[in-house]
Design a protein around this ligand. Structure first.
Ligand code: KIV
Length: 293
């Protein structure tokens, strides 16, 4: 008999740090990928504003709106059962004032089904984080490379390489933890700095391009599945080559259609079949979540 997996609650995720058990976070943007991420053993699914780049095709995450995030978070929530669901707060949805941030975090929870929200920034975001946490909404911080500040940073560059940068990032991480965030994403920082921050903050760190010493790791699902074929930074491990697989599958399908090989008799229904009632349920409006292949 299959053992039922325990819900990944915030206290359970936080306790992983003391237990020395790594946290697995991955992004998803729809119910199908979310379901597969849960089946694969992810502890946390992040509906990242990276969807602006990998789903919407923008150059940066800046055009993503709160409505976009709510839509995708709601879709992902339908694919999850025991996995924690974190929704990203998009550009300009939380930096105007703590009140604006709280209102919009509340929408991600209430309308999107998020169980926590993630926002970018360090010391300067402490009051905002505290305000959201005080309202009962768990917050994940995000320091290091913060893609919403891409223009200020001057590109998607590694952070914390200089002495001043390192000191600032340690201060940022501590401020985020002190403000009440329950976890902290460290993006694109040297592994030694990630190790120091991980040792100095009481909350779990979740790294992307931050080396092996973080308490957990996160990857963008399209990247780790090899769907973003031209994107191969050093930090990324491709666990599959779905870009190639999908291209080959579509090519085979196109060839079959062009040559009249699809659909064959095994994929077609005749009047005789319907009279015998041998037909399965139609695909859409057909299989439920549990029976979908
Ligand atoms: O938007 C995103 O997917 C993220 C992760 C890369 C951490 O912020």
């Amino acid at each position: 008999m299959q053992s039922r997996r325990k819900k990944r609650t915030v206290p359970r995720i936080v306790s992983r740090k003391q237990k020395g058990r790594k946290i697995v976070m991955i992004t998803a943007y729809d119910a199908t990928f979310a379901r597969l991420a849960e089946a694969g053993g992810a502890d946390m699914v992040l509906v990242g504003d990276s969807l602006g780049m990998v789903v919407q095709g923008h150059e940066t995450t800046l055009p993503v709106t709160l409505e976009d995030m709510i839509y995708h978070t709601r879709a992902v929530s339908r694919g999850l059962d025991t996995t924690h669901l974190c929704g990203d707060m998009p550009f300009m949805s939380y930096k105007v004032s703590p009140e604006q941030a709280l209102t919009n975090a509340g929408r991600l929870v209430q309308e999107g089904g998020a169980e926590s929200v993630k926002l970018e920034g360090g010391v300067e975001m402490a009051d905002t984080i505290a305000r959201i946490v005080a309202a009962g909404i768990p917050v994940v911080g995000h320091v290091g490379l913060t893609p919403q500040s891409v223009h200020a940073i001057g590109g998607f560059k590694m952070q914390g390489k200089s002495g001043i940068g390192r000191v600032q990032l340690i201060e940022d991480a501590k401020a985020v933890a002190d403000a009440g965030a329950f976890a902290l994403v460290l993006e694109s920082v040297p592994l030694e700095l990630a190790e120091t921050i991980t040792a100095e903050v009481p909350i779990p760190t979740i790294g992307i391009g931050a080396g092996p010493h973080c308490d957990g790791q996160v990857l963008v699902i399209y990247d780790m599945l090899g769907m973003n074929e031209g994107f191969a930074p050093k930090f990324l491990k491709q666990y599959a080559h779905l870009g190639q697989t999908i291209r080959e599958a579509v090519t085979a399908y196109a060839e079959d259609v062009k040559h009249g090989l699809f659909p064959g008799p095994e994929h077609s229904v005749s009047m005789r079949d319907t009279k015998r009632k041998t037909q399965e349920a139609p695909i859409y409006g057909g299989p439920s979540k549990a029976t979908a292949h």
